[in-house]
Design a protein around this ligand. Structure first.
Ligand code: PEP
Ligand code: MG
Length: 326
């Protein structure tokens, strides 16, 4: 079974009817990047920089961050690395003391881009390290917990400033870095039309999006059953974000856990997604599932999926399109 899957390392991620799907990898360690490359990922779709900040009371300085980002870029040999700016908050174990302690609602608190904009010297250091890494291969910048255009504009301004500064210092960078927004706050999804023009690409973070849409804590064990992407509201938001992205020529990726579940591949393709980003652990399973899909048939089955009024009906749809196990 494993051997069967391993053969897929060098196979294209292509549907039965010949449509190429872009399979990116999520990475939260150096090893993940190496593995992503070995599995033939199209690039790194989500490089979670938190791992450089957690587990130590000393903040990584510009040099330490630069080396980590540059090594990831070099390891991907010309494939794009999407580096997410720090998504730290009281919801993550944090020894650095950056995040506020004892926030009453950490998931609704000072996290992600909010923390980065509140501590701009940190964001500047991180953007300098990312921009310097872009001198070694293609890099995109992804901003977490965006709720509207203002935050993105603020990050863009700082990024432009940093690029000018680095060039004045004689350091090599890409001329421009694509800047994208995580779509994981419902307001960002609902108001996307107002700021999609500022985004070079979009990445849907379904882990948080589901949590906020359904008002269900993603870490709360007693609520486990309620936490599901198979809710009509979630599907509708996914479809709408994909449509806006398509209409405005902005690539859209799903980088939350649901993209790592081979059983949900037909559903995501039916909703119009053509790019997924997931941890290397199940990348080959997902590639295998995609290779069993007929995109034409799935798109034709999308209206029935979107008409489903409750979870059970969505589960039935998923069961009817289940890919064969490897
Ligand atoms: C998400 O929210 O779906 C996501 C990919 O980011 P994280 O899990 O790091 O919050
Ligand atoms: Mg998130």
């Amino acid at each position: 079974e494993r051997r069967q899957l391993n053969r897929l390392r060098r196979e294209p991620t292509r549907t039965l009817d010949g449509i190429d799907i872009k399979l990116w990898a999520n990475a939260e360690s150096r090893e993940d990047v190496t593995e992503a490359h070995a599995l033939g990922a199209a690039g790194v779709g989500l490089y979670r920089t938190e791992f450089l900040f957690l587990g130590s009371s000393v903040l990584p300085d510009e040099e330490a961050q630069f080396r980590a980002y540059r090594d990831a870029v070099l390891a991907m040999t010309g494939r794009t690395v999407t580096i997410r700016t720090l998504d730290l908050g009281a919801d993550k174990a944090d020894k650095t003391g950056l995040a506020l302690r004892d926030e009453p609602n950490p998931a609704l608190g000072l996290r992600g881009v909010r923390l980065s904009l509140a501590r701009q010297e940190l964001l500047r250091t991180q953007l300098r390290a990312i921009a310097r890494a872009s001198g070694y291969g293609p890099v995109r910048v992804l901003v977490p917990m965006v709720s509207g255009g203002e935050e993105l504009r603020a990050v863009r301004r700082l990024l432009d400033e940093v690029l000018r500064e680095l060039r004045a210092q004689g350091l090599e960078t890409a001329p421009q870095l694509p800047l994208g927004a995580m779509i994981e706050v419902p307001a960002a999804a609902l108001a996307l039309g107002a700021f999609v023009g500022q985004c070079d690409f979009l990445s849907i973070g379904t882990n948080d999006l589901v949590q906020y849409l359904l008002a269900v804590d993603r870490t709360h064990e007693a609520l486990g059953e309620l936490y599901t992407p198979l809710h009509p509201a979630v599907l509708r938001v996914l479809r709408d974000v994909v449509r806006i992205g398509q209409r405005r020529g902005r690539p859209v990726t799903v980088c939350g856990e649901m993209a790592a579940d081979p059983r949900l591949v037909p559903l995501l393709l039916a909703l119009g997604l053509t790019e997924l980003s997931l941890h290397p652990a199940t990348l080959l399973e997902v590639r295998q599932a995609i290779r069993q899909c007929d995109l034409g048939r799935l798109r034709a089955a999308a209206p029935a999926l979107l008409r489903a009024r409750q979870r059970a009906a969505i589960e039935d749809w998923v069961a009817a399109w289940l890919p064969e196990a490897p």
